[in-house]
Structures are given as structure tokens and as C-alpha cells.
Design a protein around this ligand. Structure first.
Ligand SMILES: Cc1ncc(COP(=O)(O)O)c(C=O)c1O
Length: 394
């Protein structure tokens, strides 16, 4: 509520809704936390000033909303971005951005990306004017495919086997070629990597994961140093703006992002080392392990010696038919598909995030029937290890 104005006082009886007076708040509180603005419509600021468009006065909450603008301003600082738009999910952010940026263009996307992104790219190339080229997630394969005008969409760490493409190198080559680079930075977060600082055109985050961090809200963002009016247009047309209450929850999560990300990452190192020594574990994927082929590039790209809270691993003898019995032995970790929240979650990629990858390519990527993906939350390190030990008992 704004405190220097009057608000209608209404009554509802059998005749309907009736205004019977007005109220003016008596005092002017000064809240520590920004209020949630629930109004869908806003009075035009001046008579005759009924402008529409990105950056204009707030007038309708499908276009802009004061709570959302507050969140966007704070996320823009985190991303070091001139402009940022918040969406009601990571997929809403990615789909609006691709519609705004990649129509009529060649879109290069590594095979190993989030399943929703994979399916979106497939649908867009089958039904709309986007020519998708899928490539192996290695730096040279991506660079070799670049053409002037093409758009590259890549993830800072791949999902689920945590490969790390040299994103800096792809950005440099794209600049030379005249291509556009979109980095889905969800797994690394701006704590480890700020795509725009490295020269990317767009940075995308699923705010659902680490940034909100409590497994209780969906959100997404697109950040850029370019004008975002074309993306704003698609957000408005598709109705993809984040809702004010959700924007508030993301903003609340943002305050503890660094603390949570550091704790999850530190536990993840201990868990990855434990799994590496376990006799039932065939292979561990974690860029923070000294044995990881991606440790060197991670240390070069990331601005902190942290590697995130996701650890993937292959279990000897685990198959599609016995995976449920392994997962049922977990008591602390929840078998569930998301990541980056306070609760540890474990998922089975071949039936979830990676199910849209053709099976021959999936096995070349190392996404096999015995692979599990663990997202580590804020629980005690020893408790997580004990739960894994219970699950791996023969
Ligand atoms: C890397 C990545 N990008 C985007 C998304 C989509 O985010 P959302 O679920 O918020 O739509 C996900 C979801 O898991 C993801 O892992």
C-alpha cells in the first residue's frame, strides 16, 4: 500500500459490490523488506500518458510489476547486466529468448543440455523457422559449427555429467564469427561465472534452482547488456512474467545464495571423494575432483574455488529395472527431479532430464542406465554420506 493516497472502502451485500467511502492510512511505515505489489492494474501516471512498451510506466502486471522490477534490479547487479527480465520459469525465459533471437537463424545447441531445452529446440526446428544443429558438448565441435548470424545456446556445466565447455573460448570465436551466444548459467550461477562479463550476449538462469534455492518457487531470467525490448515483447505476449509473490520468494532466496551455494559445494566435494572410493561406484562426475578432466577448465573459468552442489555417479549393477529399489533405501535424500535447493534430491537422468536425447548419443555422452544425479542441499555432510552408504549397500 502506498501511504500518501486514499483507497476505496467497499461493502458487498446482496446488491453487489459498492463503494461506501475511502480510507487513508494514518501512519507511514517504512518497511525493511519491499512489499509484494499484487495489483494487476495501475492508474495511468498522468492523464494522456497511456504509453505501452518496455521501460514505460507500470500499467498492467503482465507487462511489468513493481515487485518484479525490484527483483530484476537486484538480479541485474548479480549478473552485472544493463538489462534483465524475470520470467515465471527457466523454460519461459529460454523459450521467449529463442523466439526473440533465433527465428530464421541457425541455432547451435549441444546434445547434452537440460531435457526441456532439448525438446523445445526440437519442436521449434520442426514447427517454426529455426534451424537447429545439435553438437557434442566440446569446445572445438561447437566452434567448428559457428557461422555468421548463428545463435549458440550452451550450458556452463552440462546436465547431468557436468562437462565444462570452455565458454570463454566459444564466446571469443563467436565474436569473431559474428554469432550470438546465450549461456544457460543455472548450474554455475553468477557466483562462479558471469557470462556477460566474459562477452556473452545473453545470460539465462533458472531461478527455480540455486538462486531461489528452497524448492518452493519457479522462476527464470534473461540478462543482457543489449536492449531487451524484443524479449520483453515475447514475455508479454506469452504471459511469461514471474508473479509478484514468486518474485518476492526469489528475492528472499537471493539474500542467502552465496552462503547456500558455498555450503552445498563444500559438501559436494566431500561426497564426490567418498563416492570415488566406494567399491560399488564405477565413475564419479564432479569438476571439483582432482581426477576430473574438467577441473583445469573449471579453475580457469570460475571466479571461486567452488564447483556447485551437483554430483553424478555410476553405480555398478544399477539398471532401469532395479533403480527404484536403490532409491527406496534413501531416507534423507529425496528421489526427485530438481536441483539447487535446500533439500538433497536424487534423480535418474535416463528417465528424466536426458530422456529426449537419442539413446545412441546418450550413451556416447556417458549418460547410461547406471547413472544417478545427486543435488546436495544444506544437510550435514556426514548425514548425506551415511544415506548414500545405505543406498549402496549390497
Ligand atoms: C540447466 C537448466 N536450465 C533450465 C531449466 C528449466 O528451468 P525451470 O524448471 O525453472 O523451467 C532447468 C531445469 O531443470 C535446468 O536444469
Amino acid at each position: 500500500m502506498v501511504f500518501n493516497k486514499t483507497y476505496p472502502l467497499y461493502t458487498v451485500d446482496c446488491k453487489g459490490w459498492e463503494i461506501v467511502g475511502s480510507i487513508k492510512p494514518k501512519c507511514t511505515p517504512d518497511p525493511v523488506v519491499e512489499p509484494i505489489h499484487v495489483s494487476v492494474a495501475y492508474r495511468h501516471p498522468r492523464s494522456g500518458c497511456i504509453v505501452s512498451g518496455h521501460g514505460g510506466p507500470v500499467k498492467y502486471s503482465r507487462e511489468d510489476n513493481p515487485t518484479v522490477l525490484g527483483l530484476e534490479a537486484r538480479l541485474a547487479v548479480l549478473e552485472n547486466a544493463g538489462n534483465l527480465l524475470a520470467f515465471n520459469s527457466g523454460m519461459a525465459a529460454i523459450s521467449s529468448l529463442l523466439l526473440a533471437e533465433a527465428l530464421e537463424e541457425q541455432l547451435i545447441v549441444p546434445w547434452e543440455v537440460y531435457g526441456g531445452t532439448s525438446l523445445l529446440v526440437k519442436e521449434l526446428s520442426e514447427h517454426m523457422k529455426i534451424r537447429a544443429i545439435r553438437v557434442y558438448p566440446d569446445t572445438q565441435s561447437i566452434i567448428d559449427t559457428l557461422k555468421p548470424g548463428s545463435v549458440v545456446l550452451l550450458e556452463t556445466m552440462t546436465n547431468p555429467t557436468l562437462k565444462i565447455v570452455d565458454v570463454d573460448e566459444v564466446i571469443r570465436a563467436s565474436r569473431e564469427m559474428g554469432s550470438t551466444v546465450i549461456v544457460d548459467n543455472t548450474f554455475a550461477t553468477p557466483i562462479l561465472y558471469k557470462p556477460l562479463d566474459r562477452g556473452a550476449d545473453y545470460s539465462v538462469e533458472s531461478l527455480t534452482k540455486y538462486i531461489s534455492g528452497h524448492n518452493d518457487v519457479l522462476g527464470g531470467s534473461v540478462a543482457s547488456n543489449k536492449d531487451l525490448s524484443h524479449v520483453w515483447k515475447w514475455r508479454t505476449l506469452l504471459g511469461g512474467i514471474i508473479q509478484p509473490a514468486e518474485a518476492y520468494l526469489v528475492e528472499r532466496g537471493l539474500k542467502t545464495l552465496y552462503l547456500r551455494f558455498r555450503k552445498s559445494s563444500e559438501t559436494a566435494v566431500a561426497v564426490a571423494e567418498y563416492l570415488e572410493d566406494h567399491p560399488m561406484v564405477e565413475e564419479v562426475f564432479y569438476p571439483g575432483l582432482s581426477s576430473s578432466p574438467y577441473k583445469k577448465v573449471a579453475d580457469r573459468l570460475f571466479t571461486e574455488k567452488l564447483y556447485g552442489g551437483v554430483v553424478s555417479f555410476k553405480v555398478k549393477g544399477l539398471t532401469m529395472s532395479n533403480v527404484a529399489s536403490y532409491l527406496s533405501r534413501l531416507t534423507l535424500i529425496t528421489p526427485s527431479p530438481s536441483l539447487g535447493g535446500t533439500e538433497s534430491l536424487m534423480t535418474y537422468p535416463v528417465l528424466s532430464s536426458s530422456k529426449y536425447i537419442p539413446s545412441d548419443i546418450r550413451s556416447k555422452l556417458g549418460i547410461t542406465e547406471n547413472l544417478l544425479r545427486l543435488s546436495i542441499g544444506l544437510e550435514d555432510e556426514q548425514a548425506v554420506i551415511e544415506d548414500l552408504s545405505r543406498m549402496l549397500q549390497q
